[in-house]
Each structure stands twice: as C-alpha cells, then as structure tokens.
Design a protein around this ligand. Structure first.
Ligand SMILES: Cc1cc2nc3c(=O)[nH]c(=O)nc-3n(C[C@H](O)[C@H](O)[C@H](O)COP(=O)(O)OP(=O)(O)OC[C@H]3O[C@@H](n4cnc5c(N)ncnc54)[C@H](O)[C@@H]3O)c2cc1C
Length: 432
C-alpha cells in the first residue's frame, strides 16, 4: 500500500474501501477517468468481501484468509492509490479531507463510502470479555476462535453461545456456532426471526431449520443485562445474559447482531444533509455538488415508490458506485436496478428481490415443507418484492416482475409447476 501520498495534487478522493468505495474506483477507471484516484481506508488491508465473514469464515475448517475484492496488482495496474488512515474532517471551502494523523488531501470530487457500524449493546455488562459483534475481518477471526472447540473437551461440552438478534447476521452466526457443536440460544425481541425483512412463512421456515440443528429461540426477549464475575480491576468474562422476564441464559460467548448505524459523522460535521444516513439522490449526489456518497452510509428515495430508505446490501453499494462513476465522467446514468440480497443459513439460500413492506399482501408459491418455495409481495396489486428459498428461477423471474411492477394472476403465480413469469396478468380495467 502506498503511504507517501502526494497530498496537494488534486484527486477523486474516496473515503472507505468497502464495496461502495472500491466500486466507485473501478467504475471511474472502466469509464475512462484518467485523473488520480485515492482510496482512504481505516481498515488498512486489501479490501475484502464482507458476506463470507459470517457465512464461510466462521464454520469448522474455514479458510484462514478473506476473499479479496480485487488483487493488489489490480489496484496498482489501474493507478488507484490506497491510503491507510481515518478521514477525520472535511473542509468544503478548501476541498480538503483531513486525516486523523494530520495529513490533508485535496479533492476535485469526494466520495463518502464510509459504510455502517454495528449497533452496540448498551445494557450493563456489555463491556465484558466474550461479548462480540461482527463487521470486520478481525471481528470474524476473534469470533471464529471463540466458536472453535478448544482441546478441553469438557469445557467444549458446556460451551454456550447466546446470539442477541435474529436478523441475517445473527442467524448466520447461530448456524456457524451450531456447526461447531456449541449450544446456541437466539434471543429476539420480536416474535419471529428476520421479522424486519421477511414474512411469516419465511421466518417460520428458517426458525425450523435452526431448531432442527439444536438452536433454541426465545422470542419477545428483551436483554436487560450481561453478567460475569469481575476481578477487582473490573475485568471479567460474560457468563449470563439476563432478559426482562427474569430469565438467565448461560453464555460463554455472546454475539450481538442488533442492526447497524450508518457512518454519517464526517458528512454531518461538514454540514451535508444527513438523517439516519447521508441523503443522496439517484446519482449518489449529496447536498454539495462536489461530494457524493454511496453504500450503507446513505439514505435515498426508493425507485419503486419514492419511500425514503437505507439499504444494507452489496447490490446497492455497487449500483450507487456505478451511478457516481457515470455522473463524474459525464456519462448516462446506468439503468436502475431492483435491489436484491441473499443469506445462507445451514446451507439453505434465501434470495430476495425488491424491498418488502410489512403491509404488503403475501402470496405463497410452493410448499415450505419441501424446502423450496417463494413468497410474492404485492403492493396495490403489483409485485413489489419476492423472497425465494432454493429457487434461482423464481429469483430471476421475481427480479423482472418487480422491475416491471407487474400485476399477476394469483392462482397462476401460486402454482410452482408454472414458471413465475407466466403468471403476469393485465391490470383489471378498473385499476388502470
Ligand atoms: C458479516 C456480514 C455479512 C454480510 N452479508 C451480506 C450478504 O450476504 N449479502 C449482502 O448483500 N450484503 C451483506 N452484508 C452487507 C454488506 O456487506 C454491506 O451492505 C456492504 O459491505 C456495504 O458496503 P459499503 O462500502 O457501503 O460499506 P462497508 O463495507 O462498511 O465499508 C466501509 C469502509 O469504510 C471505512 N471507513 C469508515 N469511516 C471511515 C473514515 N472516516 N476514514 C476511513 N475509512 C473509513 C470502514 O473501515 C470500512 O472499511 C454483510 C455485512 C456483514 C458485516
């Protein structure tokens, strides 16, 4: 990594080398941008894919190294300068980004791709050893070491892992812990898993999958404290998780997967519009014409219905990055994409196209008992989102139906023997 950076020569400066930041750099070069590109990142290592952290790097026999987004030679051959450092402030008047170590970089365009940070537990005892979160490679390595059996088999037999939060990451961690033979309890405030992002049939299917692997769920569980025996200097290791109903859950390791907070501090301090996310338009533009933002850090209007949203997924980070690269190079914006996401738990893949709302009508296609089914979400009679379990064909068709805001014939769509895109139906005349 290049450290003797030229600080005065103007560049497109990108803060954050996650999927959004690297995506902007790649998009600029592929679109013919010949000027300098400087990628600043606090993590200080070759940018890597985050999804495998919770899917592949935690399981028994996991690879030791992460999957790099691009090779070192890719950055070098494209003249993309990588700088290890933390951007601490932006001087919009001087068009400078100042790093925490005092270096300042002049920019012609600035991209904030600062991502998100896991929400921290704030209950008493959250500072105890053995209470972990998962965002970075070091987090994954720490967690993998905690889950892997030690040579003391008696201790392993008693190893209890409590996962707080039954969202994607919590459940992926729960699956990995179960594979290590840990005794896993998932505590969830809501009444089912992944309730924020999916519907009841999908939740119950995944609950069953985890349950059959030995994982126990406690729904409606509000964590009030973590307890452990502390030494006189205050240090100690977690032993119990206490919930509001007075229950105490044995814990050798606690993993909190309770959502993320957009990293908007730099933008907000510089006076850019930000409110639970840096506000951007469809081109990734902030309220300053020379500053863009992309990825988990942003909030923007849904292309589907205009609703203000944040999307924490690779697809969104990459799509916004492409839009920014097109805007900076003066090219036509890329065609809008339907957001999509996936998770893998106990080897079963859930793929989602579009963004479901809790009040959407729900249409079940196929039988969850067969391990292959889809759920279609209808808003105002049109396909707004599709969840698919074990069906790539439905996922691909679902993306198209969401993009077209298609109306479908429910009885045809519910029949899994027919291709999903054959269920498209004309709108009822009254609705036109
Ligand atoms: C364990 C895990 C599993 C996931 N699985 C999936 C999945 O299966 N599918 C999917 O679609 N999405 C998944 N996601 C979400 C996905 O990884 C994110 O949506 C995506 O990484 C967002 O990219 P980003 O570039 O916006 O942010 P990030 O990947 O968070 O990168 C932001 C980078 O900015 C750096 N940074 C922040 N502030 C500063 C600063 N001031 N100075 C310098 N650097 C800074 C950070 O260090 C970080 O490296 C997963 C996330 C995690 C954590």
């Amino acid at each position: 990594m290049r450290e003797n950076i030229q600080t005065a020569s103007p560049a497109v400066v990108i803060v954050g080398s996650g999927h959004a930041g690297v995506g902007v750099a790649a998009g600029l070069r592929s679109r013919g941008w010949e000027g300098r590109i400087v990628l600043i990142d606090a993590e200080g290592q070759l940018p890597y894919e985050r999804p495998p952290l919770s899917k592949d790097l935690l399981v028994p026999g996991a690879p030791a190294e992460p999957v790099p987004m691009r090779k070192e030679s890719w950055f070098e051959s494209r003249g993309i300068e990588r700088v290890h450092g933390t951007a601490a402030s932006i001087d919009r008047g001087r068009r400078e980004v100042r790093l925490a170590d005092g270096r300042a970089l002049h920019y012609v365009k600035l991209i904030l791709a600062t991502g998100s940070t896991p929400r921290r537990l704030t209950v008493p005892g959250a500072d105890l050893d053995g209470v972990l979160m998962l965002k970075t490679l070091p987090d994954a390595r720490r967690l993998a070491a905690e889950l892997a059996p030690s040579s003391d088999t008696a201790q392993d037999a008693a190893r209890h892992v409590v996962v707080i939060g039954a969202g994607y990451i919590g459940l992926e961690v729960a699956a990995a812990a179960a594979k290590h033979g840990c005794r896993v309890t998932v505590l969830e405030f809501q009444d089912r898993v992944m309730s924020r992002v999916t519907s009841e049939p999908v939740s119950r299917f995944f609950e069953g999958l985890h349950g059959r692997a030995g994982t126990e769920f406690r729904f409606g569980a509000a964590v009030t404290a973590l307890e452990g025996t502390r030494s006189p200097d205050g240090a100690g290791r977690v032993e119990w998780v206490v919930t509001a109903d007075g229950a105490r859950h044995r814990a050798d390791v606690v993993v909190a997967g309770i959502g993320v907070i957009p990293e908007q501090g730099l933008a907000a301090d510089a006076g850019l519009e930000a409110s639970d996310g840096i506000l951007v338009d469809a081109g990734g533009r902030t309220s300053d014409p020379d500053i863009y933002a992309a990825g988990d850090a942003t909030r923007f209007a849904s292309l589907y219905d205009g609703a203000s949203q944040r999307l924490e997924c690779i697809q969104n980070a990459r799509a916004q990055a492409e839009a920014i690269a097109a805007d900076i190079t003066g090219q036509a914006p890329p065609a809008p994409e339907v957001p999509w996401f996936w998770t893998v738990q106990h080897g079963v893949r859930l793929q989602t196209a579009g963004v479901r709302h809790p009040d959407d009508d729900v249409l079940l296609r196929g039988d969850p008992a067969n391990g292959k089914f889809s759920v279609i979400y209808l808003r105002g009679g049109r396909v707004a989102a599709v969840d698919t379990v074990g069906s790539l064909a439905d996922f691909n068709a679902g993306k198209k139906l969401v993009a077209q805001r298609a109306t479908i014939d429910p009885s045809l769509a519910a029949d899994p023997s027919l291709p999903l895109d054959q269920a498209i139906a004309p709108l009822e005349p009254a609705a036109l």
